[in-house]
Design a protein around this ligand. Structure first.
Ligand code: ADP
Length: 748
């Protein structure tokens, strides 16, 4: 019995069974009397047809079987002739087969109903079993039907959303999906549904307490027992905490990468086998390899063997230490420069607490090291310089002292006195020069040196420079050959500073010529500039030191200079002064013993015309008028010697050693001129000047500042304090006396 047969199947069964009846009868034929019991198998096959194919198949089987048997077996082959017995037999067959069909059909229906009921029961049990299972699963489960609508939710789902099944089925579930996620979810579900493919999606579902939680929902298509598509089933897990953890991890990674990107150095992590697992951008650049290519490689794959061995050894030591190590590592970077790095290496434990990686951070200290070396070198030079300076300052003191002793002993012998004075004058000049150079260097390095530019003739400058060295050249037996071009060359420059430049070069040329030699000064105008060369045939300069000699305190081992007043700052001054003028200087020499040449290039004045001097100095100096001069200096010797000089000059003098004393002396003495040392005890020379100017009698007297500070700024301050002039120590007495001649004659 089966309901599952199609109509064609049923009729096939009927025809088959009818044929079976015919064949059975035919097989029984030898034992049955001719034409007798020709329908013997018909009831059985009819019953079978009804059972398997339903009443229609039964009728068909009965009709076909009867006709076939009637034709084949009743009264020989063929139909008829029919008698009343045949008719009765037909009626009997019809009646019996009808009864069989009716009862058979009924039995078949009853059996089918029972079978369906059993099947339904079995299915119910399966569903029940599934729901029980699904309700006990620790995930949220739903099912949907072929119309895409949800048909069922497990207990976890209902508890999660806190709503009954009726509210959730159909499209009710969507009410709890976060509005930002709903469209995306429906699209994913719809697309998968249409193609019957599995899907997985993440969305936020509102929990009973109102909080949206992230769910991971995975669904697959379902089929009935007959294999037909019946809808979808999906299961969801709450991944909020996992997502949070993932997002936190992502944020940490982002923070880490950003931190590493901005780290002003190299950073890397290697595994325990020494394979790179992380490098920051700076490290990838320094190692000369893209990051991906570095990962998985060891130092031995990347660096020369000796470097790799050093790195590996340091890694090993760092791993063996608990808190890591610091060391200096040297590596030639991709730029070909040997870099020194301060490296910190440290072990990084894995989840099991065992060392799993070794981390490294390297800060490039190449520049710092260079700077440290430079500072060390500068410090060394400064120490040398101080030693040289004290030596050089002491040197002139010996002849000065000797000369003083000579003067004291010589009595009135004018020849001895004159010679001694010459020595003292020369040595003092030398000392003044040293100190001046020192001050200039100090100013120039602090950018405090100002040029007083004027339209000047280069020829005049060079002639003056030669004059400053004439005595030194004469004593060394050197000749100075100055050859100037026919046409004068004019510069917009500070004459004093240029005399200083060429004076220094000539001075050096004299000092560094061991035997009497020839110093040549050549001038060659070239368009907008002029090239001045100072060449000597002296001891020369090693070619590899030609640049170095312009550095501060640089002195070469070639000898000669040290005994002649050398501090190693002359050429520094030359270079900086020439550069201040917009020019350049270069040293040339073929080496020791081959002489030297210094080539100075200076810009020449745009127009080579000269303005006549504004006020030509008067040829006739005014006669000295005796003045009352107050000398104020806390150094008693200075005060005394200056006062004596002024007395020799025909002036009357008074002396004071500090501010209050000066004011008191001034009140008594009523001077025409006050020469005030600026750095006085109690209160400064500026203060004394200001206070003096408040006295009516002193408003117009001539007040001179005397100080070691000679910058423009210092002069300005003096003028602001009320001084009429500013003299720099050591005082040029000639200049002072000549200045006093211009002081208006006193009325009293
Ligand atoms: P100083 O002469 O005081 O030592 P400089 O700065 O003038 O300092 O010169 C620096 C060094 O350059 C000298 O110590 C000397 O070794 C070298 N030098 C300078 N000029 C000459 C020169 N004309 N011939 C040979 N060496 C020179």
């Amino acid at each position: 019995m089966s309901d599952s047969h199609s109509p064609a199947g049923r009729y096939a069964i009927a025809i088959g069974l009818a044929a079976t009846a015919v064949v059975s009868r035919w097989l029984l034929d030898p034992w049955l009397p001719g034409g007798q019991i020709s329908l013997v198998a018909l009831p059985a096959v009819t019953a079978a047809a009804v059972w398997f194919g339903g009443y229609r198949a039964g009728i068909l089987t009965a009709v076909l079987g009867y006709v076939a048997c009637d034709y084949l077996f009743t009264d020989g082959v063929g139909f008829g002739p029919y008698t009343s017995v045949d008719l009765i037999r037909l009626l009997a067959v019809a009646l019996s087969t009808t009864i069989i069909i009716v009862f058979g059909e009924r039995a078949r229906i009853v059996a089918a109903v029972k079978q369906r009921a059993r099947a339904a029961e079995a299915e119910r049990k399966v569903h029940e079993e599934f729901h029980r299972l699904a309700d006990s699963a620790p995930v949220l489960i739903w099912t949907s039907g072929i119309d895409k609508k949800c048909t069922w939710f497990n207990q976890q789902w209902l508890e999660f959303v806190g709503r009954p099944m009726e509210r959730e089925i159909g499209d009710g579930w969507a009410e709890n999906v976060h509005p930002d996620d709903l469209q995306r979810c429906l699209q994913t579900y719809g697309r998968s549904f249409d193609s019957r493919l599995p899907f997985s999606m993440e969305y936020r579902l509102r929990r009973a307490d109102g909080e949206y939680r992230w769910l991971l929902d995975a669904g697959i298509a379902t089929q009935g027992p007959d294999g037909a598509f019946t809808g979808y089933i999906g299961s969801c897990i709450d991944i909020t905490d996992r997502s949070r953890a993932e997002r936190a991890l992502q944020a940490t990674q982002e923070r880490f990468s950003r931190f590493m990107r901005h780290l002003p150095g190299l950073a890397w992590i290697k595994d325990i086998e020494g394979r790179y697992v992380f490098v920051n951008d700076a490290a990838a650049i320094a190692f000369g390899m893209p990051r991906d290519a570095l990962y998985g490689r060891t130092d031995a794959d990347i660096f020369p063997a000796d470097v790799a061995t050093m790195f590996a050894e340091n890694d090993r030591r760092a791993l063996a230490s608990s808190g890591g190590l610091q060391m200096v590592e040297v590596l030639e970077h991709d730029d070909g420069v040997l870099h020194h790095s301060l490296v910190s290496k440290f072990p990084i434990p894995g989840a099991d607490g065992e060392n799993a990686w070794v981390g490294g951070i390297a800060i490039d200290i190449t520049e710092r090291k260079r700077a440290e070396d430079a500072v060390e070198e500068a410090d060394r030079r400064k120490t040398d310089f101080l030693a040289t300076l004290s030596h050089e300052l002491r040197n002139p003191l010996a002849p000065i002292r000797n000369s003083l002793e000579l003067v004291r002993r010589a009595g009135t012998d004018p020849a001895v006195i004159s010679r001694s004075l010459d020595v003292m004058d020369r040595q003092t000049t030398h000392m003044v020069r040293l100190v001046d150079d020192l001050l200039d260097v100090n100013r120039i390095t602090r950018d405090r040196l100002e040029l007083r530019r004027d339209r000047i003739s280069l020829g005049d400058v060079l002639r003056q420079a030669v004059e400053t060295c004439a005595e030194l050249a004469e004593r060394g037996g050197h000749s100075i050959d100055l050859s100037l071009p026919d046409a004068p060359v004019y510069l917009d420059a500070d004459p004093t500073r240029l005399v200083q430049v060429f004076g220094n070069l000539l001075n050096n040329a004299c000092k560094y010529s061991a035997r009497p030699g020839c110093i040549r000064i050549g001038v060659r105008p070239t368009g907008s500039s002029v090239v001045v060369s100072v060449a000597d045939d002296g001891i020369g300069i090693p070619t590899d030191s030609l640049d170095r000699i312009f550095e501060m305190f640089a002195q070469l081992e070639t000898g000669g200079g040290q005994s002649l007043g050398s501090l190693g700052i002359g050429l520094t001054l030359v270079k900086r002064l020439v550069e201040l003028h917009g020019g350049s200087v270069e040293a040339k020499s073929d080496g020791v013993g081959c002489g030297s040449e210094f080539v100075v290039t200076l810009p020449i004045a745009a127009s080579q015309a000269v303005d006549p001097p504004a006020d030509a100095p008067s040829a006739v100096e005014p006669a000295a008028v005796p003045l009352r001069v107050l000398v104020v200096d806390d150094n008693e010797d200075s005060a005394e010697s200056l006062a004596s000089l002024l007395t020799f000059g025909g002036h009357e003098t008074a002396i004071a050693h500090d501010g209050p004393e000066a004011l008191a002396a001034a009140e008594r003495f009523l001077p025409h001129v006050a020469i005030l040392d600026v750095g006085l005890p109690t209160f400064s020379g500026h203060e004394v000047c200001r206070l003096l100017r408040t006295r009516p009698w002193a408003r117009d007297i001539f007040i001179v500042a005397l100080t070691g500070w000679g910058q423009e700024e210092d002069r300005r301050k003096s003028i602001e304090a009320g001084f009429d002039d500013h003299f720099v120590k050591p005082l040029d007495s000639e200049k002072l006396l000549s200045r006093l001649r211009s002081v208006p004659a006193p009325r009293t």
